[in-house]
Design a protein around this ligand. Structure first.
Ligand SMILES: Nc1ncnc2c1ncn2[C@@H]1O[C@H](COP(=O)(O)OP(=O)(O)OP(=O)(O)O)[C@@H](O)[C@H]1O
Ligand SMILES: [Mg+2]
Length: 332
């Protein structure tokens, strides 16, 4: 491997105005983004938004209609052979052979890339260690749990020591425990300094794993940023106050003049307020400072001389769910 792929002068993945049409279907309508070396990028979006198409173009399985994509500076069309040496892909549907054992599957991946003899054996041993597959290395993959099978699949993708790993929906259909196992695996890739592009429809997964998110909707990038940045885009932090009942809520609202009360009552998309309680949501542009000011104000008494019975008060950011819905909610 030459050193040119290891210099940090250019992004590991660079996508510019990428368009992909399948006949009359425009799957990608001109997307651009970059991924830095060692970064985990979450490609997030609803069904049909173009996630698999993006991964297919970046991994040279599909040719772009127009625009460019580069991996470590190499064009995916002009330098496709070189790109294939630098990447590995695990698809939306696991590529392992269920009739072979875990170790045999890894050997198949290894032989495909030219590894033989003790080089192959020692690489398999390393991967079995790294992915904690010791207990299942001799078992047929068809008999393994979905999560274990995914780990064999991802380990197979690493036989070549790639620069970039593409994982297309690595946890779709897995139970929570298997999903957590795959999350550990992705964290392991990141620790090993491998650049990861991961597609998912699970916001929680993107929130947990991705350093940065590119949110796709109908073949276009609708937002880019860290999970935290995307959350702040959806209007910033809010202070949520739970009070004893509606009467207290009215008193609290009166005391909070000057604050931006955005909601009183139940959030239809959130968990219901306990029966008998009432809720107020106030914009908190200054975070905890705003919360302090709200608390000080609620310490006062209303016109009727009575105080407010506060049950709970807290600062929260909008969830990634709220961001996702807001940003992918454009009319069709
Ligand atoms: N081989 C193909 N031929 C024709 N249209 C295709 C082909 N592959 C994808 N498409 C269309 O391109 C669009 C994007 O599909 P893509 O598979 O990239 O979406 P996705 O974000 O991966 O969706 P999912 O979450 O369902 O996996 C969809 O409208 C899809 O129907
Ligand atoms: Mg897909």
């Amino acid at each position: 491997m030459t050193d040119d792929t290891r210099t940090p002068d250019f992004p590991t993945v660079e996508v510019t105005d990428l368009v992909k049409s399948y006949g009359g279907v425009r799957a990608l309508a001109g997307i651009s983004f970059t991924v830095a070396r060692g970064e985990v990028l979450g490609l997030l979006g609803p069904n049909g938004s173009g996630k698999t198409t993006t991964v297919s173009v970046l991994s040279t399985l599909q040719r772009p209609t127009s625009g460019t994509a580069r991996i470590c500076g190499h064009d995916v069309v002009a330098d496709a052979a070189r790109v294939r040496e630098l990447i590995s892909l695990t698809g939306q549907y696991a590529a392992v052979d269920p009739g072979l054992t875990a170790a045999e599957n890894l050997a198949v991946f290894g032989r495909l890339t030219g590894l033989r003899g003790r080089h192959l054996t020692s690489r398999i041993d390393d991967l079995v260690d790294q992915f904690d597959l010791g207990a299942v290395r001799g078992r047929r993959v068809g008999h393994l749990s979905g999560g274990m099978r995914r780990r064999v699949d991802i380990a197979g993708a690493l036989v070549t020591r790639p620069e970039v790993v593409f994982l297309d929906e690595p946890t779709t259909g897995l139970d929570p425990r298997s999903r957590a196992a795959v999350w550990d695996t992705v964290a392991g890739l990141r620790d090993a300094g491998i650049t990861v592009v991961l597609t998912t429809q699970y916001l929680e997964e993107a929130d947990r794993l991705a350093d940065r998110i590119v949110l796709l909707d109908r073949g276009a990038v609708v937002a880019t940023g860290s999970p935290g940045q995307l959350k702040s885009r959806a209007g910033g932090a809010v202070c949520e106050i739970t009070v004893a009942d509606g009467e207290n809520a009215a008193r609290a609202t009166a005391l909070l003049t000057g604050f931006d009360v955005v909601d009183t009552g139940d959030d239809p998309s959130g968990p219901p307020t306990e029966p008998g309680r009432a809720r107020l949501v106030v914009r908190a542009p200054d975070g905890v400072t705003t919360v302090g000011e709200v608390i000080a104000r609620l310490d006062g008494v209303g016109d009727d001389g009575r105080g407010v019975e506060v049950v709970d008060i807290g600062l929260r950011r909008p969830s990634l769910d709220e961001v996702f819905l807001q940003l992918t909610d454009a009319p069709a």
